[in-house]
Each structure stands twice: as structure tokens, then as C-alpha cells.
Design a protein around this ligand. Structure first.
Ligand code: SAM
Length: 235
């Protein structure tokens, strides 16, 4: 008997909880995407269009990518990567979920993006300081707080000399930021980056260019960090 897929946001806890309880902070992503492929849940993180705050920033800065490289971290099904590639960047997009990467390739059969399955926490050595533009949208916040500093360092490490890092994510309730990581299978994610974490991204040679909290288009009452960093060119 065919059943309607469960809304993935309703099912998320049942994937996340056991994964965290087993000490595995990332394995649940692929299991959630695989469940969507099987029709058990709706497809997570499957927006068709690039993030509106990415599009807005690209337009404001007249972003052009010809002759430049970009990487999209935690790319899911590729909407942001396709947008960046459309601006002319030679674009790599990676995700820890092999299923997400298969889906991204299927969704964009004529793509110029190189979609790869890779773990931000264990990136290839040749990616060190390799990308003129690094785009990170709500992936750091999908990792438990005790991994934020390590994951943020890995994101910074991707930024080339004279390169730019763009981070977009939820703004936490400053009174009570989420730091809970229950090991009993109950809900926890996401763990939005705190102001201190956003500020601390400006290290290891990166400077903050602009740190804004902006209203989320189409989501009244919600706001997002949009933070831009730059690694000055080495002479
Ligand atoms: C919250 S979703 C966001 C997806 C997309 N960036 C967006 O804005 O819709 C986080 C994505 O990052 C991926 N991810 C989580 N941890 C990762 C890691 N350590 N390395 C690479 N990708 C990761 C997940 O599989 C998932 O596709």
C-alpha cells in the first residue's frame, strides 16, 4: 500500500536523534535524503531557486565569475551552485550526502558545476586556499555546536588569497541560543551561529567586510545573518 510521504521536517528528529546518539553528526543527512528517494518523507532542502539573500548580494556587488573559482558548501540539490556557475565561476559544489549529489546531478543534467560527495570536516588537501568565492548557507548551523569552530575553520580554509566568503544563516534568539544536543533522539537542530561565532569567522587571515542581519524575503518576522569576509591578497 502506497503511503503519502511524511513532511521531512516532521521526520527530521527521528533521523537526527539516533545519529547523534551514535556519535555521528552527519550520517543522518544521507539517510534523510535516501528516505525521500524511497518516498517515505518529502525531499529536504530541495528549493528550486537560489537563496534570495545570495541573489541580492550578487546583484548589489555586481558579482562576476569569469576566470574565477567558487565552491558551494553543503550544496544539497544545487540551486545555489547553479546560480553561481551562471555568473561565470568555475564551480565545485559538495555535500556529505552522496544521495544529495546524485539528485543534484539528476536535477541539472546539463550542468557545468562539478558536484562531489565530500565532508567539510575532511576536505581534500588541494582545496586549501583554492576558491575565489566560498558560499556557505545554513550548513554550519546544521552541525552540533561542538563542531562549529572546526567546521568554520574548514570553511575559511577554502578561501583563496583575495577570495571572499559568504555565510548566510539563521539569527538565534540572543536570549536563549540553542546549544542543546540531546542524546535521547529528541529534536535539536538547527544550531544557529551566535554573534560571537559570526565574528570569529574573521580569523586565520580573513577580515569581516560586512555582517548584517536582514529580513528573510517571503518569511515575515524571520531574519538571517548575511556575513561577508575577505582574505587579503598576499604580495
Ligand atoms: C541544512 S542543509 C542546507 C542545504 C543548502 N545549503 C540550503 O541552503 O538549502 C545542510 C546540507 O549540508 C550537508 N552537510 C551537512 N554536513 C556536511 C559536511 N560535514 N560536509 C558537507 N556537507 C554537509 C547536508 O547533507 C545538507 O545537504
Amino acid at each position: 500500500m502506497n503511503r503519502e510521504p511524511i513532511d521531512w521536517e516532521q521526520a527530521e528528529d527521528s533521523f537526527l536523534g539516533p545519529s547523534l546518539a551514535a556519535g555521528d553528526a552527519t550520517g543522518w543527512f544521507d539517510r534523510l535524503y535516501a528516505a525521500a528517494v524511497d518516498g517515505r518523507v518529502t525531499m529536504p532542502w530541495s528549493r528550486e531557486n537560489p537563496h534570495p539573500l545570495l541573489v541580492d548580494w550578487a546583484h548589489r556587488t555586481q558579482l562576476r565569475g569569469a576566470g574565477r573559482t567558487a565552491v558551494v558548501v553543503g550544496c544539497a540539490l544545487g540551486a545555489d551552485a547553479e546560480f553561481i556557475a551562471g555568473l561565470g565561476f568555475t564551480t565545485v559544489a559538495f555535500d556529505v550526502s552522496a544521495t544529495a549529489i546524485t539528485l543534484a546531478r539528476e536535477r541539472h543534467p546539463d550542468t557545468g558545476v562539478t558536484y562531489l560527495s565530500a565532508d567539510l570536516l575532511d576536505t581534500p588537501a588541494e582545496w586549501r586556499h583554492a576558491f575565489d568565492l566560498v558560499v556557505e548557507i545554513i550548513t554550519l548551523q546544521a552541525l552540533p555546536p561542538d563542531l562549529h569552530a572546526r567546521a568554520a575553520a574548514a570553511v575559511r580554509d577554502l578561501v583563496a588569497s583575495d577570495g571572499t566568503l559568504l555565510v548566510i544563516g539563521a539569527v538565534p534568539d540572543t536570549e536563549t541560543p540553542n546549544t542543546a544536543v540531546p542524546d535521547d533522539g529528541t529534536a535539536a537542530a538547527p544550531w544557529p551561529l551566535t554573534r560571537a561565532e559570526i565574528d570569529a569567522l574573521a580569523s586565520d587571515g580573513l577580515h569581516a567586510v560586512a555582517i548584517d542581519t536582514l529580513p528573510m524575503p517571503d518569511r515575515p518576522g524571520e531574519s538571517r545573518w548575511r556575513a561577508v569576509y575577505h582574505r587579503p591578497a598576499q604580495n
